[in-house]
Design a protein around this ligand. Structure first.
Ligand code: SF4
Ligand code: SF4
Ligand code: FES
Length: 329
């Protein structure tokens, strides 16, 4: 075991643990945001830079600070390491820049985007971004295409996190899509728009942190905050059968995997559970799914409880965000 200090909190973790996972052991505000790391996908991380942190002391043996901010999802913690995340002004300043970079080519689609309300980029931009853009250049444009019978690709919203390619590599028999070209020209493509059809392809939608890959059966049918997420399971030969049913009344609008507190699915589900079981009789419903109280998905639900926003959100709304907003209008 090794000892590492993150934002003044010391913890013991196993040797070989990344800084991100060490922070997740503590939980709460000190956990760096992640747009590309996904704990259940091997080799994920190191693409988006959202999780950069400052290493103020490299290790007990070599206490020199690291010269640059490092990606916490792919950097191993060392014994005696001292890490700064939310206690470092440099890190917070850098995150503003990362949001700005991710949004340089991103469309203003939130009002019509199916990911709205459960979008990692929305949350990341709200927590760390600015209210306005400095970019005056035209954004990249792509046609919206169907990749197979179930999935729609909006390349304009893709942040090139590579998670969907890892799902294809690690969960399906054959990967028929990937990232073409380099730099600003990079794009997700099935090359000749070959259909993505295999038992686990739907998980690409769940892992996509933005609305680049959306469910063709759910698109524009409802907003997530009008639906009631219910834990349910069925006896499935292909996957765990443990899902979330997104319901309105008795009607099932969509079926997804169960995401943990970091928005990551641990038990991936098969396409049969996701798209062939829209009857309530197909499922054993366990009950309402617990969501974070501050999530827009809890709006108008659980009305007997007071929904409280976390303190940091209030303070941001009161100060920085609100002033900035007023400055714009
Ligand atoms: S992907 Fe997220 S940030 Fe982008 S348009 Fe959709 S909801 Fe908005
Ligand atoms: S389509 Fe989604 S999951 Fe795939 S690389 Fe783009 S943002 Fe990531
Ligand atoms: S989450 Fe670490 S680089 Fe993306």
């Amino acid at each position: 075991m090794i000892k590492v200090t993150i934002d003044d909190i010391q913890i013991e973790v196993e040797d070989g643990t990344t800084i991100m996972n060490a922070a997740r052991k503590v939980g709460g505000k000190i956990v760096p945001p992640a747009m590309c790391y996904y704990s259940s996908l091997k080799g994920s991380g190191g693409k988006c830079r959202a999780c950069l942190v400052k290493v103020a002391q490299g290790s007990a043996k070599d206490p020199r600070p690291m010269p640059k901010l490092v990606a916490s999802c792919v950097t191993l913690a060392q014994d005696g390491m001292v890490v700064q995340n939310i206690t470092s002004p440099d890190v917070l300043e850098m995150r503003k820049g990362i949001v700005e970079m991710l949004l340089v080519n991103h469309p203003l689609d939130c009002p019509i985007c199916d990911q709205a309300g459960e979008c990692d980029l929305q949350n990341f931009a709200f927590d760390h971004g600015l209210q306005r853009t400095r970019s005056e250049f035209p954004r990249r444009e792509f046609d919206i295409i169907d990749i197979g019978p179930h999935i729609k690709l909006h390349m304009t919203r893709c942040i090139l996190c590579y998670r969907c390619t890892m799902v294809a590599d690690q969960l399906t028999e054959e990967r028929v899509h990937g990232i073409l070209w380099r730099g600003e020209a990079s794009e997700i493509s099935t090359y000749i728009q070959k259909a993505v059809e295999n038992d686990f392809s739907g998980n690409m939608i769940d892992v996509c942190p933005v609305g680049a890959l959306t469910d063709r059966h759910f698109r524009f049918r409802n907003r997530v905050w009008y639906l009631n997420p219910m834990n349910a399971h069925r006896d499935c030969k292909t996957c765990s059968g443990k899902v979330v049913l997104w319901m309105r009344g008795e009607e099932i609008y969509r079926v997804t995997g169960r995401k943990d507190e970091y928005g990551e699915v641990k038990d991936f589900i098969c396409n049969e559970c996701r798209w062939d079981c829209y009857n309530l009789g197909d499922w054993i419903v366990e009950g309402p799914r617990e969501m974070e109280k501050w999530s827009v998905i809890t709006a108008n639900k659980y009305s007997d409880e007071t929904v409280e926003l976390p303190d940091e959100l209030y303070s941001k709304l009161d100060n920085e965000k609100w002033n900035e907003f007023e400055g714009v209008t």
